[in-house]
Design a binder for this molecule. Structure first.
Ligand code: PZK
Length: 285
């Protein structure tokens, strides 16, 4: 067996080819805020994200097939089935936030979805909507309408991917809400396996691919604090940082407070002690 070959590198994780059929995804402890990766890692952040992803993959595999094959003993790596990836990301939004709120304010629509008039920032939508996006040049996401997504994926493929994304969002949002966390929105990446089956890939319903809001204190009409990142964002801004590279180094108490928030999200959502995950990651499966 030859060494894994680095295929790609995101802001906070790496992807390697193991062989023709399998990939290795490795999540680092790096954290980004305002699109800038900070110089100070958050210990175990990669394990929290990997564990949460594996938890959702294990619990939704009967709803939608997914790429997860194995979870490493290090708690931060997963072996995945290699797929033909769809050229669009599927964002599911249950609440009005981020670029959705910006687009709604500009014209009452998000990615072609007509929404009721008079909605407030962070308000729950009448129904979750799928807002596809493509990766633009500088890694930034470009919202597109569903007609454009159909052109890029094919009608049947897009319809299948859309239903898969909605089904996993509904499952996870209901699960999270019962545990005091609002899943405002989440981004899915899907691919097609060798048998032509639409399959969930990448990470699933993690703090890096989603907006998690504490249900406690939720009130529409303003932005909501992020369950995981608000503490580190607030600290960075109060230093006078202008949101450009490089970001500030984090002091120990901010590192510890941020780690505690990631671990709390993991424990509330999985109902598994994080120390048990560290001792034996497969407990989430
Ligand atoms: C794949 N990415 C994005 C993820 C990165 C980049 N199962 C799969 N099959 C084929 N390709 C991919 C996947 C998955 N997942 C995903 N790029 C390719 C990505 C993680 C780190 F640097």
């Amino acid at each position: 067996m030859s060494d894994p070959v680095l295929l790609g590198s995101g802001k906070v994780r790496e992807i390697y080819a193991l062989d023709d059929d399998r990939l290795l995804l490795v999540a680092s402890d790096r954290i980004s805020t305002f699109d800038v990766v900070l110089p100070t890692p958050i210990p175990d952040k990669g394990r929290v994200l990997t564990g949460l992803s594996a938890f959702w993959f294990a619990r939704t595999r009967e709803i939608v097939p997914n790429h997860l094959l194995d979870l490493g003993d290090d708690g931060r790596s997963t072996v995945c089935r290699r797929l033909e990836m769809l050229p669009v990301e599927m964002v599911v939004r249950g609440y009005l936030s981020g670029s959705g709120w910006v687009d709604y304010q500009a014209g009452g629509k998000i990615c072609g979805h007509e929404l009721p008039a008079g909605l407030r920032e962070s308000e729950r939508l009448p129904e979750p909507i799928v807002t596809p996006a493509t990766k633009a040049a500088e890694g930034h996401d470009l919202n597109i309408d569903e007609d454009e997504a159909v052109r890029l994926c094919g009608r049947e493929r897009y319809a299948e991917a859309r239903e898969a994304a909605l089904a996993v969002y509904r499952f996870a949002a209901q699960h999270a809400e019962q545990r005091g966390i609002i899943l405002a929105d989440t981004k899915f990446e899907l691919g097609v396996d060798a048998d032509g089956c639409v399959t969930l890939a990448d990470e699933a319903v993690t703090p890096d691919s989603s907006r998690f809001w504490p249900a406690d204190g939720y009130a529409p009409g303003r932005p909501q604090p992020s369950f995981d990142k608000q503490f580190v964002r607030d600290w960075c801004l109060q230093t006078g940082w202008d949101r450009t590279y490089p970001g500030p180094e984090l002091p120990d108490d901010v590192v510890a407070g941020t780690r505690a928030r990631y671990v709390e999200a993991f424990e509330r959502l999985t109902e598994i002690e994080f120390d048990r995950y560290l001792a034996d990651p497969k407990v989430v499966l």
